[in-house]
Design a protein around this ligand. Structure first.
Ligand SMILES: NC(=O)c1ccc[n+]([C@@H]2O[C@H](COP(=O)([O-])OP(=O)(O)OC[C@H]3O[C@@H](n4cnc5c(N)ncnc54)[C@H](OP(=O)(O)O)[C@@H]3O)[C@@H](O)[C@H]2O)c1
Length: 311
């Protein structure tokens, strides 16, 4: 029997890190839809509990919540111990939690980059090691690691992030090969830009160029689930992302890195501009509301007028 055919029990339990929002939340939803019990991990407890209630009610699956900060060096082993204490065996591990830091490497904040390295790289690696042992002993299991199109393309102004994603790809493919024939598979999901709360908060939705090729988190999650269950090693969802990855394989690295720099420069400038405008709008909104309160006027109508004039 090949790894692809190795059977996962229908009640295989999935642990999803970073399940409180974005792609992780959608991945949790897809697993619940397919009847898998879940363990949801992130820092935002209220959001995780709200999602857990929703999934239990809608899909009648067992959902456990573990509130953890994955940027701490001790968290992976604490999490593993807690799973054992609660007798929650994990058959599917989804290393989704991740963060990024934008800017010239020479100027970016080291403390933030350290958290990034811990979450995107070290915790992911340690969790994989800890949970893999039982999976291999049982002869079945699935691991889904979140890479990015940045796994293939060095990304100036996002250098540390894209380097961690290159690591995720290389590490996952290498261990997947070690596991050949064991019944356990590792899949790397490599999305391009995917709609997230950050995009919405920054107002990127309203810039046509920044909207181009942006995928929905639900579509990305479904592609990841299908590839994982099929035992595929790498999946790049969306044809625009696939073209980028193909170009990265065909063109010299220096050319691709240059293109990535131009795109990131444009993206960062636009986002900074939008953020400035949004915070000015928020300040104006507060100011108008306060004035209207003092004058006894209709706060909601005038506030929304001010906001739409500024946005
Ligand atoms: N969105 C994109 O454009 C895109 C593109 C390519 C790859 N990806 C990758 O896809 C994955 C998910 O991205 P996303 O866009 O869905 O991100 P997101 O919306 O920002 O969500 C990130 C998730 O990670 C969790 N997280 C962050 N820091 C954490 C920490 N210290 N401890 C525990 N959990 C933490 C967050 O939960 P709490 O804040 O509640 O802790 C949240 O649930 C990431 O690995 C990202 O690199 C995203």
């Amino acid at each position: 029997m090949t790894d692809r055919q190795s059977r996962l029990p229908s009640e295989a339990r999935a642990l999803v890190t970073g399940a409180s929002t974005g792609i992780g939340r959608e991945l949790a939803r897809v697993f619940a839809q397919h009847g898998h019990p879940l363990v949801l991990v992130a820092r935002n407890g209220p959001r995780l509990h709200q999602l857990a209630d929703e999934l239990r009610e809608q899909y009648k699956v067992a959902v456990d919540v573990l509130i953890k900060d994955l940027s701490l060096a001790t968290t992976a082993s604490e999490l593993f111990q807690e799973l054992n204490q609660k007798s929650l065996s994990i058959n599917i591990l989804v290393n989704n939690a991740g963060l990024d830091v934008y800017g010239d490497f020479v100027d970016t904040d080291w403390a933030e980059e350290l958290r990034l390295l811990q979450v995107n790289l070290l915790t992911l690696t340690q969790l994989t090691k800890l949970l893999l042992k039982d999976m291999r002993a049982q002869g079945y299991g699935r691991i889904l690691n979140l890479g990015s199109t940045g796994s293939f393309i060095p990304s100036p102004l996002n250098a540390v992030y894209s380097a961690t994603k290159a690591y995720v790809l290389s590490f996952s493919e290498a261990v997947a090969e070690e596991l050949r024939g064991s019944g356990v598979t590792i899949t790397v999901l490599c999305p391009g830009v995917t709609r997230s709360e950050f995009h919405q908060r920054a107002g990127m939705e309203r810039i046509r160029l920044l909207r181009f090729g942006v995928m929905e988190a639900g579509v990305v999650a479904e592609a990841g689930y299908q590839a994982l269950m099929a035992g595929r090693r790498v999946v790049v969802p969306g044809w625009i992302n696939q073209i980028q990855v193909l170009a990265a394989r065909l063109l010299p690295s220096s050319v691709m890195t240059r293109i990535a720099k131009v795109m990131n420069t444009y993206r960062i400038r636009t986002v900074r501009h939008l953020c400035k405008r949004n915070s000015l709008s928020r300040w104006m909104l507060k100011f108008t509301t306060a004035c209207n309160r003092l004058l006894g006027g209709d706060t909601s109508a005038s506030s929304s007028k001010t906001l739409s004039a500024l946005m």
